[in-house]
Design a protein around this ligand. Structure first.
Ligand code: ZN
Length: 281
């Protein structure tokens, strides 16, 4: 659906942030070989204040909380703040990081595990430049990541049962049922119908035999899988609407034959009712 510009920017920023976190997760998987625990995406609480840690690395003598930023383009640093070149001030990642650091330190103390912390802000995007960046800030730029992790891998670290206990304790303290922040309101008739590309989310798909081909990114998906994916989206977006061949036919748009949709539904869902009143769950 069409979103107002401010919402579009907001969701775009969230998505970009999320993609940056995933990029760094993958980087850690590939680059980190030392004896350490890696905890991703922790939401913790101390003194009734919630704080989030993108990645936490527990080494035997040191703990690294990472805050990952996926900014791209030119920025500059001035008076403890980061501005985009157009002059727009960004939410200051240094404030975020020092809040995280102080709460995590207190939490570790309360668990009787006062390991020193070495917090870092990772700018994961290779297209990011920060002018006037001071030397004494805990920034890690994309161009420094390989060297930094090479050093981390060479640092002596021997985890013990106590570290395992700490890692498990932090996982148990993770708040997993945090309420979802305001979803946009939407109605069925407001939403554009059609299968979207699995790879690039474009609507520009065409059916070629058994395949769904994206005209934007050339991604190919088996039609049956594309229909199934759309049914799950439909279920997620509209838990109260019934799944019928006609509804899914309308939702998918580009599948001409209703029979094709019916076959996929028959094979993958439980049939409820009979004759003209069939639906699926
Ligand atoms: Zn595509």
């Amino acid at each position: 659906m069409e979103l107002p510009d401010d919402k579009k920017r907001y969701y775009h920023a969230l998505k970009k942030g999320y993609e940056g976190e995933r990029m760094f997760d993958r980087f850690l998987e590939q680059s980190l070989h030392n004896d350490c625990y890696v905890l991703n995406d922790l939401l913790l609480q101390h003194n009734n204040t919630t704080f989030q840690i993108d990645n936490l690395l527990i080494f035997s003598e040191l703990v690294y909380p990472f805050e990952v930023k996926n900014f791209d383009g030119d920025y500059y640093y001035e008076n403890e703040q980061i501005f985009s070149k157009s002059g727009l001030e960004l939410v200051n990642p240094l404030n975020q990081l020092s809040k995280t650091e102080s709460l995590l330190r207190k939490l570790l103390q309360s668990l009787n595990f006062p390991l020193p912390l070495s917090p870092k802000i990772v700018f994961i995007n290779p297209e990011f430049t920060l002018y006037q960046a001071p030397l004494d800030k805990p920034f890690l730029f994309h161009s420094q990541l390989h060297r930094f992790f090479k050093q981390l891998n060479e640092q002596p670290s021997h985890l013990t049962e106590k570290h395992k206990w700490l890692a498990n304790k932090l996982i148990s303290l993770h708040i997993s049922d945090y309420p979802v922040q305001q979803l946009p309101k939407y109605r069925y008739d407001e939403l554009r119908k059609g299968i979207i590309c699995e790879n690039c989310s474009s609507f520009a798909l065409e059916i070629v035999g058994q395949k769904c081909v994206c005209r934007e990114c050339k991604h190919v998906e088996v039609v049956r899988d594309a229909i199934l994916r759309s049914v799950w989206e439909y279920k997620l977006l509209f838990p109260d609407r019934v799944i019928t061949t006609a509804n899914i036919h309308e939702w998918c748009q580009i599948i001409e034959s209703r029979r094709r949709i019916k076959r996929v539904l028959d094979e993958n869902f439980e049939i409820v009712g009979s004759n003209r009143w069939i639906s699926y769950k």
